[in-house]
Write a protein that binds this ligand. Structure first.
Ligand code: 4UV
Length: 525
């Protein structure tokens, strides 16, 4: 029997995200701060944001952007990221948001695969952006540099247009964003999320969190990742809260911004909790403003969460999500801080979950363990141009097979206990083993390779490569393997442990038996 969310269903309007978030012109909040750049203190009001979005949309339309076009966004968190994102959507186009740490090759893959027509970036990223654009076949004049660079269109140029934004042509069923995720297997794929998916998720999380126009939210997690995009950026706009942006994580700067702007709600991934619980400098800041620290993107250890709650005298909560679910499916709500912090709480409204034994395909109930399947209006349409991966992830009944193993109590509280998919999470970021394996195989001294996630001394999940040397590779060292990978991919995807082995265990069909590697690892530790 599917397990329904204990919350009543919410109604999801059939409009575009822009109409949903901006249509009323923000009423009496128009003059209130929507976005504050934590570094400089520069503030944009809701009304100013609205005007910028209209102008950006108008300028993009003037440059030929039409409904269905894809625009890449490759920039760190700033208020201008938000204006660019909503400007693209307001122009009836689609945003593909790229990881700021990407190498030119990784960015080129995303731009090419998504069919991006334009790329929005910032001047410090221009070298990588131009190299990627070239590789993906985009002309130099397809690059917009927000803060300006000689020979490129800038944000100021876009805002200077005399044109009007085009009519809204998109509806709930149109694609809004294409974030990239490897899902349960293989390389990163474009996740098709519609306007309706994104709106649904904002309404689904609304009853579970106390977020209002009085709330200041810290956006240190990146907007390019769906957690930052929905839970920080769009939730902030939806609840008319003030979102304070940070371009990257730096503990001292993080603490300064939280205390200076009196941030009440901080969304983090577990590694930030480690710093908050343990680092001595935390005591140098007045953090009494913080009401809630909310952790997601990787498992939070309850003991660590309690240590943070005690040190900061705040509530610590946990949620669970996945890019393919826009992303939130489970949350410990604000009004239930008593719930076991190892859990990720209740299923959000409008969802049904199943726990399915991966070996037998049988549904399990409370007390059992099974792969978590989720159905709801937040679940993606599918992967872009990849029917095979879509069919392997979304079943005929509309359930998304998450690849995560969970338990559930009689009361409907879910806990993620394991993962049956390939994916590795390093500090909450995705590391697709298939991508690293393909890269390792391009080394002329490597005959075969397999990558799994292992725990380091701090309990952090890190990618480990099992490498089979070529006959000419007797002198290959672990450091050489790690350096080879590090030079070619974003830092979060680095291989951090290497072991040379005689043979990669494989099934008769040639699939890597990751289970056997995990068992080998467990017996060695
Ligand atoms: O696709 P993705 O990179 O997506 C995310 C999204 C996490 C979010 C977002 C909004 C929230 O409010 C929230 O609480 C969490 O990370 O990676 C999806 C995979 O990350 C693991 C799990 O393997 C997913 O399939 N993961 C995410 N959250 C948790 C987690 C968690 N709380 N506990 C264990 N694993």
């Amino acid at each position: 029997m599917p397990i329904r969310s204990p919350y009543p269903d919410v109604e999801i309007p059939e409009v575009s995200l822009f109409e949903f978030l901006f249509a009323d012109g923000f009423g009496d909040r128009a003059g209130a701060p929507a976005l504050i750049d934590g570094g400089s203190g520069a503030t944009i009001s809701f009304g100013e944001l609205n005007a910028m979005v209209e102008k950006i949309a108008a300028a993009l339309a003037e440059r030929g952007v039409v409904k269905g076009d894809v625009v890449g966004l490759f920039a760190p968190n700033t208020p201008y990221w938000v204006a660019s994102f909503h400007g693209v959507l307001r122009a009836n186009a689609i945003v593909t948001s790229a990881n700021s740490l990407y190498t030119p090759g990784e960015l080129a893959h995303q731009l090419g695969d998504s069919g991006a027509k334009l790329l929005i970036t910032i001047s410090p990223f221009l070298d990588r952006a131009t190299a990627a654009a070239k590789e993906a076949g985009l002309a130099d004049d397809a690059i917009i540099v927000l803060d300006g660079a000689e020979g490129y269109t800038s944000l100021r140029d876009l805002l200077g247009t005399a044109a009007e934004a085009p009519a809204i042509e998109v509806t709930g069923d149109d694609t809004a964003v294409l974030p990239y995720s490897s899902g349960t297997t293989g390389r990163a794929k474009g996740v098709i999320l519609t306007h309706r998916n994104l709106i649904a998720n904002l309404l689904q999380i609304e009853p579970l969190g106390n977020v209002s126009s009085d709330t200041k939210i810290l956006a240190v997690l990146p907007f390019f990742h769906i957690y930052g995009m929905t839970v920080m950026m769009n939730q902030g706009l939806h609840r008319r809260s003030t979102v304070v942006t940070m371009p990257k994580f730096d503990l001292a700067e993080f603490l300064r911004i939280v205390s200076e702007y009196k941030v009440q709600r901080v969304y983090i991934a577990p590694p930030v909790a480690v710093a908050l619980a343990k680092h001595p400098i935390v005591d140098q800041y007045d953090l009494s403003c913080v009401d809630v620290i909310f952790s997601g993107a990787a498992p939070l250890d309850a003991e660590l969460g309690h240590a943070v709650a005690k040190r900061l005298n705040c509530t610590v909560l946990q949620g669970y999500g996945m890019t393919e679910m826009s992303p939130v499916s489970h949350v410990i709500p604000d009004d239930r801080p008593d719930i076991d912090l190892n859990s990720c709480g209740f299923a959000v409204p409008n969802t049904e979950c199943k726990l399915v034994d991966p070996d037998t395909g049988e549904e399990v109930g409370p007390g059992g363990r099974g792969e978590l399947w989720v159905k709801g209006p937040n679940v993606m349409v599918g992967y872009l141009n990849n029917e095979e991966a879509t069919a392997a992830t979304l079943d005929a009944d509309g359930y998304l097979h998450t690849g995560d193993v969970a338990t559930v109590t009689e009361d409907g509280i879910f806990t993620i206990v394991d993962r049956v998919k390939e994916l590795i999470k390093y500090k909450g970021y995705q590391v697709p083993p298939a991508e690293l394996e393909a890269l390792l195989l391009t080394h002329d001294k490597i005959a075969d390779a397999a990558v799994i996630g292992v725990r380091d001394a701090e309990g952090e999940e890190v990618p480990k490569a099992f490498v089979v040397k070529q006959q000419n590779g007797a002198d290959l060292t672990e450091d050489e393997v790690m350096d080879f990978v590090a030079e070619r991919i974003a830092p979060h995807k680095k291989v951090r442990v290497v072991e040379f082995i005689g043979e990669v265990p494989k099934s008769a069909a040639g699939k890597i038996l990751r289970k056997d590697l995990r068992a080998r690892e467990a017996s060695a530790s």
